[in-house]
Design a protein around this ligand. Structure first.
Ligand SMILES: [Zn+2]
Length: 110
């Protein structure tokens, strides 16, 4: 629930600075390491947007792949969790480069 409330907070702040009245579509980028259930997110989004400037807005979720750089063999590897090993050398010394995102990429407003 708090994630959705955070999103609404951002939308309301931006409505003041960017002078819009209503949010029609929200594109949200989510990485696998953000640990967000997209179904749960959609559900709570509907609930918290009721009676706000984003009521009835369309939520488009863009799922980003997880990526890391192996500190042992310097190969870029795909990951789905923070605890994955390098698919090349088996090392657990990975530096996450993408996948922790939970951010608003774009808004359609009026
Ligand atoms: Zn490696």
């Amino acid at each position: 629930m708090s994630i959705c409330e955070g999103i609404i907070q951002v939308l309301e702040d931006q409505a003041v600075s960017q002078q819009y009245q209503r949010v029609k579509t929200i594109w949200l980028e989510i990485g696998p390491l953000a640990m967000v259930e997209t179904d749960a997110l959609r559900f709570c989004f509907e609930a918290v947007t009721r009676h706000t400037l984003a009521e009835g807005a369309r939520l488009e979720i863009i799922e980003l792949p997880g990526q890391a750089l192996c500190l042992q063999c310097a190969e870029p590897v795909s990951i789905t969790t923070r605890f994955d090993a390098c698919s090349e050398c088996g090392s657990y010394q990975l530096q996450v480069t993408q996948g922790e995102e939970l951010r608003i990429k774009e808004l359609e407003v009026e």
